[in-house]
Design a protein around this ligand. Structure first.
Ligand SMILES: [Zn+2]
Length: 162
């Protein structure tokens, strides 16, 4: 059998800033629509995974921490951005750990997070995450299964930082 892909949509609201950009450098927000795709073989239950399990164990733990938060990127910290400082001090920030908070970087961050989350439970081929910043603009990142050894190394690295 080949692989099948399931897809589920989520929505979060976040503030962010892209340092130095004439428009996006001002503090503003998006209602991000986030499509999560999991590609794997359909199991004996007739599904790839229960959507409820995808929500509860993979996607929601991360998205709930990001929702209604200021997404802080490394450039916000390095530039001494006062809104980022205030959000961090007020417990209203989510630190992405990426260089910038572009849709591309957010989708890369989430694809890796969710790939690891699914890989802890079952074998899979890939996880794709599309981050829609507006109804016309989005970025998609895919985290691929390479082989068992590389997946183990990825999971070990993530566990070491948790
Ligand atoms: Zn923006």
């Amino acid at each position: 059998m080949g692989n099948t892909t399931i897809k589920r949509a989520y929505e979060i609201s976040c503030a962010h800033q892209l340092e130095g950009h004439p428009k996006c450098g001002r503090i503003h927000g998006h209602n991000y629509v986030i499509d999560v795709e999991v590609s794997a073989e359909v199991g004996a239950e007739g599904w790839i995974m229960d959507f409820g399990v995808l929500d509860a164990r993979v996607v929601k733990p991360t998205l709930d921490m990001m929702d209604h938060m200021y997404l802080v990127s490394n450039e916000n910290v390095l530039s001494g951005n006062m809104f980022a400082d205030m959000a961090i001090n007020a417990g209203q920030a989510f630190v992405l750990g990426t260089d910038r908070s572009t849709a591309e970087r957010i989708s890369e961050f989430l694809a890796r997070e969710f790939f690891v989350g699914v890989a802890k439970m079952m074998p899979l081929f890939h996880v794709s995450v599309t981050v829609h910043e507006t109804s016309r603009s989005s970025a998609t990142s895919t985290c691929y299964f390479v082989n068992v050894e590389e997946t183990k190394i990825l999971l070990t690295a993530v566990e070491a930082t948790e």
